[in-house]
Design a protein around this ligand. Sequence first.
Ligand SMILES: Cc1cc2nc3c(=O)[nH]c(=O)nc-3n(C[C@H](O)[C@H](O)[C@H](O)COP(=O)(O)O)c2cc1C
Length: 236
Amino acid sequence: MGIGSSRAIGEKFTPAPILVFLVILSSFASGCAAAENESQIGQTGQPEQKASVVSAPSALPGSRPMITDEIEPYSGDQRTLVVYFSQGEATRWVAEDLMWIFGADIEAIDEKRERKTNFINFMLSGFQSTFKIPSRIEKPMFDPADYDKIFVLSPVWSWSLSPPVRAWLKTNKGKLPKAAFIAVSGDTKPDKVVAAMAKVSGATPLASAGFAERHFLPENRASYLELLRSVVDPMR
Ligand SMILES: Cc1cc2nc3c(=O)[nH]c(=O)nc-3n(C[C@H](O)[C@H](O)[C@H](O)COP(=O)(O)O)c2cc1C
């Protein structure tokens, strides 16, 4: 298995008229912060504790068990690529678990300009996502055409596909092998993001899933594993 990632250097953001921009951005702020706090029933039928973060990159609790102790590793000889962008930790967690299960190569998409996590950049990220503006990314290390199957993972930003993953999918349109698409959010349904991934890539996914931050809480581990299996099993 290989790990691919390159460093950020410089990106020009396309400015929009300031006034329109500020109005739209303020709506992102209020919208993204509007999370529900109750617990809900997970795939296992058990109540899940809610995580509170929906308006920032994730910061997950400590370490987690080795995934191959809990989900049987893939034993075939097909080659798997995992491609993701993660500004926090959640999307990377899922990507790394898939890497271990499938013995996959893994590509962390790098933007040409490092995206900071302050308020202005949070707003810019939401703006770019909503208006489907792909970011400028470094040349990927791996070519999806060299693989039998691929997992592509994106954080949900402003209820939308993140700009770096949009850029990667656009670059590789028509080149994806058997694919699974995964959206990782504070607590947003994945349908819109998965549909955008399919449209931009020209690929119909064999499986898809939406992880929310509550799935990463230790007490919700059973739900996390259940959800992961729902994309892993069809891709074996
Ligand atoms: C710019 C920005 C916009 C976000 N918008 C949403 C959103 O619309 N809905 C949601 O549930 N979570 C939203 N989030 C939260 C992220 O989806 C969530 O923290 C996810 O786990 C981030 O993945 P990462 O930790 O791999 O970066 C947003 C986060 C950021 C930074």
